[in-house]
Each structure stands twice: as C-alpha cells, then as structure tokens.
Design a binder for this molecule. Structure first.
Ligand code: ZN
Length: 324
C-alpha cells in the first residue's frame, strides 16, 4: 500500500508530466543577424582591414558577356553556386601608421537595406569615419562612391578624396551626361547625376584632388591604371617591408566564373575588350610574382592569392589569421 506522502509525490509527478511544467529545455533564440563584416591582416608594417558593405543577389547569367548562360551555369555549378549569386561588395582600410586610407566607400543608401554597411563595419573594426585621412576611389560607379555622403553631409569629414582625373572628368562632364541614355543601369543620366551629387560637396570643400595615372599617393601606396571597366578605373598597390597587395577594384565581378575563364566580361564594363586584357594581365602578374590580391566583388574578405591553372586561374583565399 502507498503511504499518503507517496501518493502526493506521484500526483505531483503526474501534474508535472501533464502540464509540462519544470525547467525550460528550449534552444536559445537564433541571433538572426549577420556576423561583423570586417577582417584584418598585417602586410609588413601596415594593417589591412577588409570592410564588407553588404551583399546583393546578382543575376550573373544575364550580366556576363563573351559567354553563354549555359556555360555560366556550368561554371557556377562547379563551385556549388547558381544564378543569382550572392555577391560581396567590399572596401579596404589601410592603416600605414601615418595615414588611415580607405579604398572605396561602399554604396551608401542608394541600393536598399542589403548594402551600405561599410561605415558600421568600419566602426566595428575599431575606427571612426572622422579618422579617415584619405579616400582612394577605384572608380565612380555608385556602389563604390555612394558612401561618400551620409544624411546630406560629408560622411568622412576630414578625408581628402582622390581618383584618376579621367574618371571625374568623364562623370562630371555635362556633355557626356546629355549624351547618356535615360534609365537606372549603366552609364545613364541618373548615374552621372549621382556622381555629381556625391562628389561636388568634396570639390566645394577643396577636398577632391584628382591624380593622373601611376602616382605614389602616400608612402607605400601607389595608383595604377586599370583600363576597361570605366574611363579612369584605377587599382592601388600597397607595399610594406617587401610585402605587396593589389587592391584591384572591379577587374573581376564573378569569382566562380572569371578566374577559370578570364575572357568572360561583364555588361558594366565601358570597354570590355580592354577590361578582359587588363584582367588577364593582372592575374598573370599576381600568379607569377605571388603577391596578395583583393577586389571589390570577390567573396568577403576578398583577400587571397592567384594561381595559374591551365588556360585560366584559380583563386586561393587567405588563410585565417589572428595577427599574432
Ligand atoms: Zn562595383
């Protein structure tokens, strides 16, 4: 026979089982937020921080040219991808010890909520926009210069902005704007207007200083001509203590296709033949000499090496480092 206290205990167990009261065993709620978009390496004495501006799904089967949609899908499948491909948009911060230099500013507010995160990631990386001394633009498409202005003001109030003179001459020309077609994509009237809106406040403040061709902009960072994508598209070579990094801008858009097939071009190029030749030249040089390479639309953190492979190339992302 059960004693009364045993009956009470059994009853309590039954109540707990029936109503499932007791300690919660549910999993923690998901964070549902992206990881911080910055990644840091040292290059000699320089600190390099890749800054992600966000990602967009690009219909790469429609924007790649000098190929066919079928060939694009086959190349993507080899990398376990399919169109549209979630594509990174990146800028790079170089701290030389004397200067804090930002290469490209991200898209700002012009591309919806998935882009425009560069400043938040710069802050997460331990810096403030006021600390940026110089901004080097690879070119003036809106996804690279949109971040120059925030809330109608200079987003980097202490920075001098630099780009190749041919780039600003092209985009700030009223004659070119009048000749351009209407529309939202490519070199349309609205693109020209955007460049004027974003760059003019820096020009008026005496903070825009164009350069011509290959110039040492600050000790350890030199511009170089990278023709084809836009009329004054430039790359930047960063060198410290014998180590070298190329910040190559928009010389490549789809890693899964254009390393293996560097002859594949993109509709955004102003001169796709020139862009193709420049891409092959830069990939060949980087693979032969073994220096680090980075580009705005490679998968974040977009830093790595290039190896020659058959008629094409292979992308080797950097090994993880904690900078110890
Ligand atoms: Zn771009």
């Amino acid at each position: 026979m059960y004693k009364p206290f045993q009956i009470a205990a059994l009853f309590a167990c039954a109540v707990i089982m029936a109503f499932n009261v007791g300690p919660a065993l549910a999993a923690a709620p998901m964070a549902k937020a992206p990881a911080p978009g910055f990644y840091r390496i040292m290059l000699g004495d320089f600190e390099i921080t890749a800054l992600n501006d966000g990602t967009l799904d690009l219909p790469v089967d429609k924007i790649l040219t000098n190929t066919t949609p079928d060939k694009v899908e086959q190349a993507l499948a080899k990398s376990y991808l399919a169109s549209p491909v979630e594509t990174s948009f990146n800028g790079f911060l170089v701290n030389t010890g004397n200067k804090l230099v930002l290469v490209d500013t991200g898209a700002g507010t012009g591309f919806g909520p998935n882009l425009g995160k560069l400043v938040a990631n710069l802050k997460a990386a331990g810096y403030q926009p006021e600390q940026v001394d110089e901004i080097y633009l690879t070119h003036m498409h809106a996804d690279h210069i949109g971040g120059l202005i925030a809330d109608g003001k200079l987003a980097f109030p202490n920075a001098i902005v630099r780009a190749d003179k041919r780039e600003s001459d092209y985009w700030l020309s009223e004659e070119n704007m009048n000749k351009a077609p209407e529309g939202e994509k490519g070199a349309t009237k609205s693109t020209f207007k955007k460049v004027a809106t974003l760059l003019t406040p820096y020009i008026q403040a005496g903070k825009y200083k164009p350069f011509e061709g290959s110039v040492e902009l600050t000790p350890g960072i030199r511009s170089y001509e990278s023709p084809g994508h836009t009329p004054g598209h430039s790359g930047y070579v960063v060198e410290s203590k014998g180590q070298k990094l190329m910040l190559a801008g928009d010389v490549i858009h789809v890693a899964a296709v254009q390393f293996e097939q560097p002859t594949v071009t993109v509709t955004f190029d102003s001169d796709s033949k020139e862009a193709e030749a420049e891409r092959i030249k830069e990939f060949s040089d980087a693979s032969r000499k073994g220096y680090l390479f980075a580009a705005a639309h490679l998968p974040f953190p977009a830093l790595g090496h290039i190896r020659e492979m058959g008629k094409g190339f292979q992308w080797l992302p950097v090994n993880f480092t904690q900078m110890h």
